[in-house]
Design a protein around this ligand. Structure first.
Ligand code: NAD
Length: 414
């Protein structure tokens, strides 16, 4: 198979490596994933049939600590995507100074066509298959596209049943009642809003009345909309895979979120006329937030993108060719490894709380999240000015330099 997304991460890394001096062998180590497990496993369906599924878990690099990354259920999950997502997790954790390496997992399936019981059996069997490489000190999953806190509860229960004791630190993004951190569900969207606000501050602009379009009104996109609206921005266009809505007077974000919570898609909202979901990307707005999947802003649609700020809620939404055009155009792109890092920051807080069973108030969680993201944004901004590079390349430079420094201390085994 052609590894397009993994190649895309390499191109992003290459750009940063060209601006700094790191030993060649460190760059070589960082070109490939440390470990990639591909599994095939049977699941009994509700009607008695047995269906075989394919799943992956990639641990990209663990020089900074146990690997951390979500699990995705989607028909288009593939090895290339999982490697790229695990690599981005590696750079993200290094950037925001967490003691984690990067990982990602996924199962090729259409979760919308599976019943709750089928999803549970699939999750439990997938967890069993990847268990040899999971552990609270080796690899810790979390939710991602089409997986939720319930998925994490099944993973945690399956792991615990095998071990013979309850192990809450094996996953993050659990339901709050079983040790999930307060604020985790909102954290990624909150983070997107915080870094967008920080960019506006640096540009000496006000978010009040700034128009925002959001592609992907799921967990990340919905919460980003909510927090940006609270900061004074006007959410004028949103989409999910079912449809899009546009209203330059401002959309009713809370109502739309309620609709998605209840019906799982935007198309059930019937108080507004819907439009084609792709129209959302091309609106004449100040801020565009791609919060769905990879490869959404590319060479074939870049000329139609009008926003002057892009805040990447999704992982890998902009291809390197599109990125080059945006850089020349002077569009500010807050890169995914910074913009959507709020989730893993609060996941880390959840993981830290788990062994002690002592849980912080939501206010404390949100303050810690805010502080870390504001500090990181400032570092990235300064690095981009110092090296005269984009925010993305600046973010990679910080991550790569950190990882290279840790290699220089740890050395190579044996
Ligand atoms: P989600 O499943 O809650 O939401 C994804 C949304 O995207 C859904 O509304 C879906 O309908 C929509 N979508 C899919 N294809 C689309 C298309 N072509 N056009 C418009 N909408 C489309 O998932 P999520 O957790 O919000 O994750 C979204 C992105 O954010 C992913 O790239 C994920 O890797 C990234 N991310 C998530 C987290 C997290 O904490 N959940 C953290 C970091 C990064």
């Amino acid at each position: 198979m052609e590894f397009q997304l993994a190649k895309m991460v390499q191109e992003q890394v290459e750009k940063a490596v060209n601006c700094i001096a790191i030993p060649g062998h460190i760059h070589d180590i960082l070109k490939c994933p440390m470990r990639m497990l591909k599994v095939s496993f049977p699941v009994r369906m509700d009607d008695g049939r047995v269906v075989c599924f394919t799943g992956f878990r990639c641990q990209y690099n663990n020089i900074l600590g146990p690997t951390k990354g979500g699990v995705r259920y989607h028909p288009e999950v593939n090895e290339d995507e999982i490697i790229a997502l695990a690599a981005w997790m590696t750079w993200k954790c290094a950037l925001v100074d967490l003691p984690y390496g990067g990982a990602k997992g996924g199962v090729v399936c259409d979760p919308t066509s599976l019943s709750e019981r089928e999803l549970e059996r699939l999750t439990r069997r997938f967890t069993t298959e990847i268990m040899p490489i999971l552990g609270p000190h080796s690899d810790i999953p979390a939710p991602d596209v089409f997986t939720t806190s319930k998925t994490m509860a099944w993973m945690m229960d399956t792991f615990s049943m095998f071990k013979g004791y309850t192990e809450p630190a094996i996953v993050t993004g659990k339901p709050e009642v079983m040790g999930g951190s307060l604020g985790r569900k909102q954290a990624t969207g909150r983070g997107v809003a915080i870094v967008t606000r920080e960019l506006y501050k640096k540009l000496a602009k006000s978010l009040k009345g700034a128009t925002v379009a959001i592609q992907g009104f799921g967990n990340v996109g919905g919460h980003a909309a909510l927090f940006l609206a609270q900061m004074g921005a006007k959410i004028v266009a949103v989409s999910d895979s079912s449809c899009g809505f546009i209203d330059y007077n401002g959309l009713p974000v809370a109502e739309l979120m309620e609709c998605v919570e209840k019906h799982k898609c935007l198309s059930e909202y019937n108080k507004l006329n819907s439009c084609n979901r792709d129209e959302i990307l091309y609106q004449n707005v100040d801020i565009l937030i791609p919060a769905a999947l990879e490869n959404q802003i590319h060479k074939d649609n870049i000329e139609k993108i009008k926003a002057s700020v892009i805040s990447e809620g999704a992982n890998g939404p902009t291809t390197p060719e599109a990125d080059d055009v945006l850089e020349k155009r002077g569009t500010y792109v807050i890169p995914d490894i910074l913009a959507n890092a709020g989730g893993v920051i609060v996941s880390h807080l959840e993981w830290v709380q788990a062994p002690s069973g002592l849980y912080w108030e939501e206010e404390e969680i949100n303050q810690r999240l805010e502080k870390r993201l504001v500090r990181t944004f400032d570092n990235v901004w300064k690095k981009s000015k110092e090296k005269k590079v984009s925010l993305r390349t600046a973010a990679y430079i910080i991550s790569i330099e950190k990882i290279a420094e840790v290699y220089s201390y740890r050395g190579l085994f044996p």
